[in-house]
Design a binder for this molecule. Structure first.
Ligand SMILES: O=C(O)C(=O)C[C@]1(C(=O)O)C=C[C@@H](O)C=C1
Length: 274
């Protein structure tokens, strides 16, 4: 089985992938960006992929949410990964030499307070590990990567300041994606769906939410994303704390469809804490 994740070596995605997929028969497929992971799975270059979808400080990773739709993907698991971000510099460099920090956007956003307080510039990379690799290759003492302890080991960098994220209790939620829907099972505890209203009227969102309230279905995630077709039109990602096999979920979907909303189930799955 081929599994795609965001590389290069040393990324959080790699750590999450290695901890979750422990079989021997896995062929790893490292991609250069989150979109490349989604595309690899969408186009069948990899059987499965692992992508970050939400962070406890920064919220939804929109590239992933949108990519699930663009590439017609399904979710088969969610993984909760603790994230501690460190400032990585060349060995021997000190904090007051650092003028610029490099990382992927969600990681820079998780360290907004540190970046503001230390008055450094920031530069975007496609992953924390690509930033760490660039610091190593460019041999510059005035730049630092925001990345993991694992990346420091991989690229032989020094942790010049540790735990620089805005909140110490920081987690990123990854999803395991595939091109085919996973067979429905009775032990699933969550369901992700995309609800697209076909008409725009006042109270459309509350009409959707009322269905879940009436059936005592607890929601663990709701995210509105633009349809990209017209300004001000949205569809809604909704994650329930109930598996798709449960009767109340079948009822909810039937009611939402009877209201004229388009409902697309993206997956029913369990949570793994890594
Ligand atoms: O750049 C990486 O190392 C990743 O795996 C991506 C990513 C993300 O985009 O959220 C994953 C976990 C952390 O939140 C920071 C970066």
């Amino acid at each position: 089985m081929k599994v795609a994740y965001l590389g290069p070596q040393g990324s959080f995605s790699e750590e999450a992938a290695f901890r979750y997929f422990t079989n021997d028969d896995i062929e790893w497929y490292k991609s250069d960006s989150i979109v490349d992971v989604l595309e690899a799975v969408g186009e069948g270059k990899a059987d499965k992929g692992i992508v970050p979808i939400e962070n406890s400080i920064e919220g939804t990773i929109n590239i992933t949410a949108d990519g699930l739709l663009t590439y017609d993907l399904f979710v088969e698991a969610e993984l909760i990964f603790p994230v501690s971000l460190h400032l990585l510099t060349l060995k021997g460099a000190s904090l007051d030499e650092v003028r610029e920090v490099w990382s992927i956007v969600p990681a820079l956003a998780q360290c907004r307070d540190f970046i503001r307080e230390s008055k450094v510039k920031s530069r975007q990379f496609d992953s924390t590990s690509a930033a760490a690799q660039a610091v190593k290759n460019q041999e510059r003492r005035d730049v630092a990567a925001i990345a993991s302890k694992y990346a420091a080991e991989v690229f032989d960098l020094q942790i010049t300041k540790s735990g620089i994220q805005d909140c110490s209790n920081n987690h990123t939620r990854f999803v395991v994606i595939s091109k085919e829907p996973v067979k429905q099972r009775e032990d699933r505890t969550k369901t992700m769906m995309l609800i697209s209203p076909t008409e725009d009227y006042s109270g459309v969102l509350s009409s959707i939410l009322n269905v879940f309230t009436a059936l005592s279905i607890n929601l663990s995630w709701i995210e509105s994303r633009p349809t990209k077709k017209q300004l001000g039109t949205y569809h809604f990602f909704i994650e329930t704390q109930n598996g798709l096999h449960e009767e109340k979920m079948t009822k909810a979907i039937a009611i939402l469809e009877a209201y004229g909303h388009d409902v697309r189930v993206l997956g029913s799955y369990n949570t793994t804490k890594l």
